[in-house]
Design a protein around this ligand. Structure first.
Ligand code: GRF
Length: 218
């Protein structure tokens, strides 16, 4: 049986985390690295908003931060210009896996092509149900009995890339959107570091829509 903590090539452990707000998933990744549940290094945290609370979390953990304000039209005339700069910031730090953690921007081909099968996102539903924004509300409003969290690779389709890991979460009778969101978020924090470790361990492949994990049988 392969030890999941076997150190991969040190360069291949480098993460870039992209945020726009609260950064609780970023915190979960920071905590998992600190407690050695996740064998990785966060090389940079990038936010498109200067007031994102997650920036503070990164600073507190001694992680370099970069703010790229998408509203700065003088610097970023197009979405592609913006993404080119994002790619530059990530490549200069030799980032191998880009983790979107509440990063509220659609990525262009410039970004996707620079990191093939190396951009990952967490979404608060069991995809393909309820893609897009307010996924927790969508599930609650629809009246599903189960929803959950999904970690998926990012492609040109909104929340449509290959599914890496999922975790189900029950919708309880007394739930409102806030209680449901909190229950999902707690599972997100558990799931995201696990999925990142799986990706960093390598040996997996994507077959059509399907993510096929490495076979660890001995
Ligand atoms: C999470 O619910 C995540 O699933 C979604 O955006 C939210 C980000 O929250 N993509 P946080 O900034 O990580 O606290």
């Amino acid at each position: 049986m392969k030890d999941p903590q076997t150190p991969p090539d040190p360069l291949a452990r480098k993460l870039g985390v992209l945020i726009s707000g609260r950064g609780s998933n970023l915190q979960a990744i920071i905590d998992a690295v600190k407690s050695r549940r996740l064998n990785a290094e966060i090389s940079v945290v990038i936010s498109n908003k200067s007031d994102a609370a997650g920036l503070r979390r990164a600073e507190d953990a001694g992680i370099p931060t970069v703010v790229l304000d998408h509203r700065d039209r003088a610097t970023f005339a197009t979405r592609e210009d913006y993404d080119r700069e994002l790619v530059r910031e990530l490549k200069v730090r030799q980032v191998r896996l880009v983790c979107l953690a509440g990063f509220m921007r659609l990525l262009t081909k410039v970004f996707l092509d620079a990191f093939p099968n190396a951009i990952v996102n967490i979404h608060p539903s069991l995809l393909p149900a309820f893609p897009g924004t307010n996924a927790q509300y969508q599930a609650w409003e629809h009246g599903t009995k189960w929803t959950g969290a999904t970690v998926h690779l990012v492609n040109e389709e909104l929340d449509g890339g290959a599914i890496v890991m999922q975790e189900p979460v029950p919708v309880l009778d007394g739930d409102d959107v806030d209680t449901l969101s909190a229950r999902i978020l707690e599972r997100e924090h558990h799931l995201y570091p696990l999925a990142i470790q799986l990706l960093l361990n390598g040996g997996w492949r994507v077959e059509g829509r399907r993510f096929v994990a490495a076979h660890h049988g001995g």
